[in-house]
Ligand binder design. Sequence first.
Ligand code: ADP
Ligand code: MG
Length: 327
Amino acid sequence: ISLANQIAAGEVIERPASVVKELVENCLDAGASQVTIDIEQGGRRRIRVRDNGNGIPRDELALALSRHATSKISSLSDLEAIQSLGFRGEALASISSVSRLTLTSKTPEQEQAWQAWVEGRDMQAELAPASHPQGTTVDVQDLFFNTPARRKFLRTDKTEFSHIDEVLRRIALARFDVRFQLLHNDKIVRQYAAVQTPEQYIKRVGQVCGGSFTDQVISIDEQSGPVRLWGWVAPAHACRHQADVQYFYVNGRMMRDRLLGHAVRQAYGDSLGEDRAPTFVLYLELPAQDVDVNVHPAKHEVRFHQARQIHDFVLASVRQAFTAQQP
Ligand code: ADP
Ligand code: MG
């Protein structure tokens, strides 16, 4: 079992940033409104994620750490209408097979918080009472301590941290209503306050993408039947030289999809010189049954049942925004 775990872990858990992504997605699935991420030494020494969500009941702590244990789907039909970010029940098991993991949690019903821990191959979780407010903390220490080959592939602390920072950017742009805090070696590096109204979203977008983006940005909000595209694009002259602000969300999940990327690129037409890249934060919303986002969770691919129409709608919407902007 431990070998199988470690092979599977290799698929999901590549580096500290993959751990952060999985842990923060769990916080969001648990309904948290505040998430704090503590990183030490680029994540190789420690990744600790704390939330104020629903918590995990005492008698489910050990289960949460075991493979294919998910509380999020109970039947095959649930799988079709997945709302939660996680559903495979693999992340905690994978992470705990390559680290020293402690899980501490308190549900609103419990008087007392409880803690479970496992270390590497030793998959037997132990339980003890603990002190913790409502919610969950997952503390991952010494990532890859038992997989030297994988540890060798880690880059400098600075590089690993920048991957973590990017993971948080993507999530922060998906959940304006959640407060996020990111620390590196005990110093606060990012603080994204929760914003509730669409008018305030731009504040967070500026924090995440930089003021140079939001200063000249064009807003989009177009609807066609049940399909809606909203968000922000930079006009061609204000586009960035690097392709680093290209965030496209489909039903709340960040995607890197060729079809969507192509539609946005085409909307710019010839106005974009070779030295600039399309710069955008866009949200596409459409009925869940018209899209398959689970093609490959790690690859951010998406399959639209009516790809052509979606492409043309995105193209037309972005073009329309550019035209409306012209004096
Ligand atoms: P998945 O998210 O696919 O269900 P995970 O391995 O990520 O699988 O988590 C396993 C289970 O542990 C989840 O289904 C959930 O019940 C519980 N869990 C993990 N993290 C949290 C958290 N931060 N808050 C509440 N429950 C959690
Ligand atoms: Mg999960």
